[in-house]
Design a protein around this ligand. Structure first.
Ligand SMILES: *Cc1c(COP(=O)(O)O)cnc(C)c1O
Length: 471
């Protein structure tokens, strides 16, 4: 006797929104999560920037799935232990509060669940992504026809830039190619070389001046030396906004030097490139548009939710030259190339959505207001701290300020930084503690739009008294 096939179940128990009518479970869960999140953001000022270690909820799925109330309660436990970027005293890192439109776009991005790997999996979003990359590239000063691709973070953007540079120079098989960057360039360059199969010595470090900028004569000397030795140069990486000082390398003469030596210029503008979006601030990163490629991280100052990074190129066709493999399991591209052919990542979420909606919500005036605010707070803090005797300030052209007292041994500087950071945390002010040129500093990042004059006043007072108390 034939066994009857099982009848399809009438009521879908699985938690997927039904395709034919509103799913009340979805509406309820979104409403609950949204209420919790709004409350979390609205009470940020009552919790410290850095929370106490919190209890984690159970991590493994139980045999029966949990109800929504329990899910929301577990979610709350994780939220309670989360870093609190919306606190006005959160001044330690390049992690600002999230923009409203970005939060909403992130939610919609998850709900659409499109894939930027291929156009048929993200028809409108692939086009939006390409168009926005072009707009952004031209807006920061790259030539007409420029463009690029988003990536999950600046480390990946830098890696893709270097791989693209290597292909464009035909150096794929070359084990002794080198990369030149300043001593203050970001650690992601070392990581990129590692992934590219090059030894650590492939990173040739160019000294910086007293303000953390690459020294041009030293770069020129290195380029000439390498040329004489017949050593191929993969690229020069200039930094627009270094991680500790916020310094901007002299991009205009570096670009001229690269051009005359026929070398690819990548600008790591993870921190600083967004300043080029406003004509009042663009001079801080003058020359950005002369690069062959630029890393931009809108997640770092503009408040676009993580991750939001892009690699922008004067000639975006170079991306396909470096990364296209063909996608034999996809329909051919109809709109200028599949996302998966333009970079290292395959499946990618529509991160473009929160960038696009966030920038549209801000408008050019909003972007300017964010940049203005960051620079004003930087100036205000600088002014207060300049009056503190013995405090050595390291300041670049952007919104970062690092400091360490003079006349201390490295050990004394470390203990000062530890002690002072703790004191600041007790007042709900959080700075970071980078090791820079062999010495611990405290670093303030003035990108938080909630920070007020009173917070800066309090910050400066605590710093001043901690220096005054030194032997
Ligand atoms: C943050 C940063 C990076 C790396 O970006 P991630 O998004 O953290 O991967 C690269 N370069 C500079 C200058 C940075 O500040």
């Amino acid at each position: 006797m034939a066994v009857a096939p099982p009848a399809p179940r009438a009521t879908p128990a699985l938690p997927f929104a039904g395709p034919d009518q509103l799913d009340p479970r979805l509406e309820e869960l979104l409403a609950g999560a949204s209420a919790q999140l709004s409350h979390w953001l609205a009470t940020a000022g009552q919790r410290p920037p850095l929370p106490q270690l919190a209890v984690l909820p159970e991590v493994h799925p139980q045999s029966t799935g949990l109800d929504q109330q329990r899910l929301l309660a577990d979610l709350q436990l994780v939220m309670d232990g989360a870093y609190n970027p919306n606190h006005p005293g959160a001044l330690a890192h390049l992690d600002p509060p999230p923009l409203l439109a970005s939060i909403a776009a992130e939610l919609v991005c998850a709900g659409l669940n499109n894939n930027l790997l291929a156009e048929e999996l993200s028809p409108s979003l692939s086009r939006l992504e390409r168009s926005l990359c072009t707009w952004l590239a031209e807006a920061i000063g790259l030539p007409q026809g420029s463009g690029g691709v988003p990536a999950s973070g600046g480390s990946l953007s830098n890696l893709m830039a270097l791989v693209t540079a290597r292909v464009s120079r035909g150096l794929q098989q070359c084990g002794d190619a080198v990369l030149l960057a300043s001593a203050d360039a970001h650690v992601s360059l070392s990581k990129a070389l590692m992934v590219m199969g090059l030894p650590p010595q492939a990173l040739v470090s160019v000294p910086v001046d007293g303000e953390g900028r690459l020294q041009l004569p030293q770069l020129e000397a290195q380029l000439t030396r390498l040329q004489q030795q017949g050593r191929p140069v993969l690229a020069v990486v200039a930094t627009a906004g270094t991680t500790v000082c916020g310094a901007v390398d002299p991009l205009v003469p570096i670009a001229a030097l690269c051009r005359s030596h026929g070398v690819w210029l990548h600008v790591d503008g993870a921190i600083g490139a967004v300043y080029a979006l406003d004509p009042h601030h663009a001079a801080r990163v003058e020359g950005l548009g002369l690069a062959d490629s630029v890393t931009v991280n809108p997640q770092k100052l503009l408040g676009i939710t993580k991750t939001s990074s892009l690699l922008l190129l004067a000639d975006p066709a170079q991306l396909q030259a470096a990364f296209a493999t063909g996608l034999p399991y996809m329909e051919a591209s109809w709109g200028g190339g599949h996302g998966g052919e333009c970079g290292i990542q395959g499946t990618r979420p529509a991160e473009v959505l929160k960038l696009w909606l966030g920038l549209r919500q801000l408008g050019l005036e909003g972007i300017k207001a964010i940049l203005d605010g960051a620079i004003e707070r930087h100036c205000a803090l600088l002014q207060r701290l300049a009056a503190v005797p013995r405090l050595h300030l390291r300041r670049g052209a952007l919104h970062l300020l690092a400091m360490t007292p003079e006349g201390l041994s490295a050990e004394q500087a470390e203990s000062w930084s530890l002690h002072t950071r703790q004191q600041l945390l007790e007042s709900q002010l959080m700075l970071s503690r980078p090791l820079y040129q062999g010495r611990h500093h405290l670093k303030a990042v003035l990108g938080n739009p909630h920070t007020r004059e009173t917070h800066l006043q309090q910050l400066a007072a605590i710093l001043a008294s901690s220096v005054a108390a030194l032997p």
